[in-house]
Design a binder for this molecule. Structure first.
Ligand code: ARG
Ligand code: ZN
Length: 881
């Protein structure tokens, strides 16, 4: 593990490598305890580089077992090897030479899950960002592209399956026990896309014929006996492949495409060329064990990794500062894919909720960074919501600014111009500028400037003149190391909603560029005057969340209620309702802290009940209308001096008020949404279940007992409804016998299914009670919990820290200590997962003073520990700064 040495990497220090490695041949003699790796590198000195230039290869914890130059054992005086570097002081005179490097690894000892490791008996690799250097010494940087040939040798019983990138070339026996396979990937790629898998796995197979007629063999490898649960992933893969052809003109480019599911994985999945490796959570699903959310995630992530084949692999990043070049763009592509497969409006609302929940707090706290950062200590800490989700929003805005046709032309030009290259965000933007003839200089600040812009809006209608005047002002709050911000180009989609609910046409608009239903803010302040409006319209602004900004609108509740009922943009309807809920909850929180009675506006409560029952709307949308802002959402909107207990009480009170108001309707509606058809994971069915699940919580609250939830838990034929019912039982009736019994039943029934047990851990980790810290310590001792498996850690501790506001923020600091203890325990073997968990503290400064002090002490205690990993030191120090 790399200990922190305080080194900071800077974008402006980028320079090309002196050497290139056009070809690599790797031989793996696999053994769980010991693996010998022989790397033969064809090295090339770049033109113009002095022959005396040393060649420095990256390593991380490596043991050099042998080194030869052009086939001859290297002279010990010509090189220097350490665990993290191999320096050839003297290289051959010729511009091209060959290096043979042998390294010895211990895959079973690798619990950091970077490089080559063993998961449930399967050898697998994870190299992004800098894991390849844990396998062999290399120029481990994304702008060094090589053609790989990989030979794998292993025990035939232990590993009948031998996979690497590209196409299979050869396989055969070595002796009675061992066999081998050779793979060749003709597409030059950076080392972070290298992958190897060897083990004993089952498969589902299929085939796909590309638009131009290439036949591709598809396979998804999973543990034996789980093949049927990979069917949905396979279906998603084929739909993704077709969609990328139709929507982006991108075809697949190898003869095979393999996906492997492993159970120990630091992240969601990885796009290695021709050999994607997945967290099994994002492959395995069936009605009995997975929820609709799991199915939707599988569809999205299968698509995401597949789409990387063009946006990431064929065109990759010049350096890691450019991570959003592939991630933001690929998230945008997977969002569009899911929107096309399901309901566009509901998908958009889910995206915005996620952005607000994960990216806004990041952008508004100590870990804020631009979508394209300029410095980092540890790149693993930059796989963030800002790079991914805000990065996607920025691409979406490019489409909004240019329009669909120019956007597509820009993408086409990007693919054509940069195929096979490692490029920058500037190259990406330039393709859109060149294809459209538009200047995106101001727009590009979205990549370079951190922070969530705020837009303040006030409207004035003059009936006599028939004008609507809209005052708009932008501001960008300061973020760490960027105190002065420049003005941004903010595209705000809008509509002027007339009394009949239809968008009103206006005669002219002055004061800002207004085109195709979008107001383009470029200055600090714009006064936009719309004319030809005798009747007073209601301004619907930032439709579809066209810009990732916070809004301070002067509009009154009456206008919001109107938009929630009548806006033709479903996203805006939801937004209006959500803002009303948030405002009501903020004011209730204040009253609670002031010891006053809580009350909620009747129109708002009535509207929620009305929308839930409106059969003209999609069920999934109606479910969202019944979903109150989460406690963390309310906290974020309050922004300072936060008391999570008061927020919890306010939210519970609104839940109960709606439950009471819906008492007459909800049970009947819940029953009517049930059908006897077998479970299908499609959007319509998922929507019905989402609505039923929203209703069951209110029904249980109205009943004041677990009966309705217990009934749903007992009768559900799918995990979506079962898990939701269990959540209601455990969270609202934690002490009740029914709840305990239901929890025990799920545990007993799915004892052997870790992914279901994760849900069981998760539900309990979210119980809003001061007893939960105690329960957590107990659950960490559960036979199926393990600190070395990232899914278990995320399900139990991650959920507690990120999604249990009252218990994590226990007033006595015990929740913080629990999480900090876990961070420190993880840090020893898996710094990446440890550092990620530590980000749970990022909003500590916005807490009320007692909790703030507890959090500060816990952070300071972590900061002063000796020998912290680079990952954790980076997070803790930035959080405290
Ligand atoms: N490239 C992968 C994806 O988004 C994620 C890799 C994450 N790597 C990391 N070191 N955190 O599809
Ligand atoms: Zn990605």
């Amino acid at each position: 593990m790399l200990k922190d040495n305080g080194q900071v990497f800077r974008l402006e220090d980028y320079r090309e490598s002196d050497y290139l490695i056009p070809e690599v041949t790797l031989t793996f003699q696999l053994g769980p305890a010991e693996t010998l790796v022989t790397a033969v590198l064809k090295v090339e000195r770049r033109q113009g580089v002095a022959v005396t230039a040393p060649l420095t290869l990256d390593g991380d914890g490596l043991v050099l077992a042998g080194l030869a130059v052009n086939g001859a054992k290297a002279d010990a005086t010509t090189f220097e090897a350490s665990p993290d570097r191999l320096i050839l002081r003297k290289t051959p005179h010729a511009a091209r030479f060959e290096l043979t490097i042998e390294t010895r690894l211990s895959p079973t000892k690798n619990k950091a899950l970077m490089g080559l490791y063993v998961s449930n008996g399967v050898f697998c690799t994870q190299c992004e960002a800098e894991g390849f250097r844990r396998i062999t010494y290399f120029l481990d940087r994304p702008d060094v592209l090589s053609v790989y040939t990989v030979r794998i040798e292993a025990d035939r019983k232990e590993a009948p399956l031998l996979l690497s990138n590209g196409n299979p070339v050869e396989k055969g026996a070595l002796d009675a026990e061992r066999h081998f396979a050779v793979w060749h990937d003709p597409h030059p790629k950076p080392s972070y896309l290298f992958a190897l898998v060897a083990g004993d796995l089952g498969a589902v197979t299929d085939s796909f014929t590309t638009a131009s007629g290439r036949a591709v063999d598809l396979a998804i490898y999973v543990e034996h006996g789980k093949e049927e649960r990979a069917a949905y992933a396979m279906d998603s893969l084929k739909r993704s492949m077709r969609w990328d052809e139709e929507r982006f003109g991108r075809e697949y480019d190898l003869d095979v495409f393999n996906i492997v599911a492993v159970s120990d994985f630091n992240m969601g999945a990885m796009e290695n060329k021709g050999l994607n490796v997945f967290n099994d959570k994002y492959v395995l699903a069936d009605a009995d064990t997975a929820t609709d959310l799991d199915f939707a995630n599988i569809e999205a992530i299968i698509a995401h990794e597949y789409f990387h084949n063009w946006t990431g692999n064929r065109i990759t990043c010049r350096d890691w500062f450019q991570l959003c070049l592939k991630e933001g763009l690929t998230v945008f592509r997977d969002h569009e894919f899911s929107a096309d497969q399901r309901s566009r409006a509901v998908k958009r609302i889910a995206e915005v909720r996620a952005l607000r929940a994960h990216q806004f707090p990041e952008d508004q706290g100590p870990l804020a960074h631009p979508v394209r950062p300029r410095r980092f200590r540890e790149i693993n800490n930059f796989y963030t919501a800002t790079v991914y989700e805000k990065g996607s929003e920025v691409v979406r805005m490019i489409r909004t600014v240019l329009g669909q046709d120019a956007f597509r032309a820009g993408m086409d030009l990007y693919f054509e111009r940069h195929d096979g290259q490692a490029v920058t965000i500037e190259d990406f933007i330039k393709a859109f500028e060149d294809a459209s003839g538009r200047d995106l200089a101001q727009f590009s600040l979205w990549y370079h400037q951190a922070g969530t812009p705020n837009v303040a809006i006030a409207t004035r209608h003059d009936a006599r003149e028939g004008t609507l005047t809209v005052e708009i002002e932008q501001s960008v709050p300061p973020t760490p190391s960027e105190s002065r911000k420049r003005l941004m180009h903010i595209p705000l989609a809008f509509g002027l909603v007339g009394p009949d609910g239809q968008d009103m046409a206006y005669e002219s608009a002055e004061g800002a560029t207004v085109e195709d239903g979008v107001i383009h803010l470029r200055k600090r302040h714009h006064t936009v005057r719309f004319s030809g409006l005798k009747a007073r319209p209601v301004l619907s602004i930032n439709r579809g969340f066209s810009a990732p900004v916070t809004m301070a609108a002067s509009s009154v509740a009456k206008e919001r209620l109107f938009l929630a009922r009548h806006d033709r943009d479903p996203y805006s309807r939801w937004q209006a309702l959500n803002t009303l809920f948030t405002e009501a909850l903020i004011s209730a929180t204040r009253r609670k802290r002031g010891g006053r009675q809580l009350a909620f506006p009747d129109e708002l409560v009535g509207l929620a009940v009305e929308l839930a029952g409106d059969g003209a709307l999609e069920a999934a949308f109606r479910a969202l209308a019944l979903t109150l802002p989460a406690e963390a959402d309310i906290a974020r909107e309050i922004g300072e001096n936060i008391d999570p207990d008061a927020i919890y009480a306010a939210r519970m009170a609104l839940l109960s008020t709606i439950a009471e108001a819906g008492r007459g309707d909800f049970a009947g509606l819940h029953a009517s949404l049930h059908d006897n058809a077998p479970f299908a994971p499609d959007a319509a069915g998922a929507g019905r279940r989402a609505l039923r699940n929203a209703l069951i919580e209110y029904m249980a609250l109205a009943a004041g007992d677990p009966g309705p939830a217990r009934e749903q838990f007992d009768t559900a034929d799918n995990m979506t409804e079962r898990a939701a019912a269990l959540t209601v039982l455990a969270h609202h009736f934690p002490k009740h016998g029914d709840s305990r019994e239901a929890l025990a039943r799920l545990e007993a029934q799915y004892r052997d299914n870790p992914l279901v047990l994760d849900k069981w851990f998760q539900i309990q980790a979210m119980i809003p009670s001061s007893d939960t810290v105690e329960l957590m310590r107990e659950l960490m001792g559960h036979a199926h919990f393990s600190l070395t498996n990232p899914n278990r850690v995320r399900a139990l501790i991650g959920t507690f820290a990120m999604a249990n506001q009252t218990a994590f923020h226990s007033a006595d600091g015990s929740g913080y200590r629990l999480v900090a203890d876990t961070v420190m325990a993880l840090e020893k073997h898996n710094p990446q997962v440890s550092a990620r968990l530590a980000t749970a503290f990022r909003s500590w400064r916005s807490l009320e003073s007692g909790r703030r002090e507890h959090a500060r002490l816990v952070l300071a205690d972590m900061a002063q520990r000796k020998n912290l990993s680079r990952d954790l030191a980076d997070i803790v120090e930035r959080t405290l700064a």
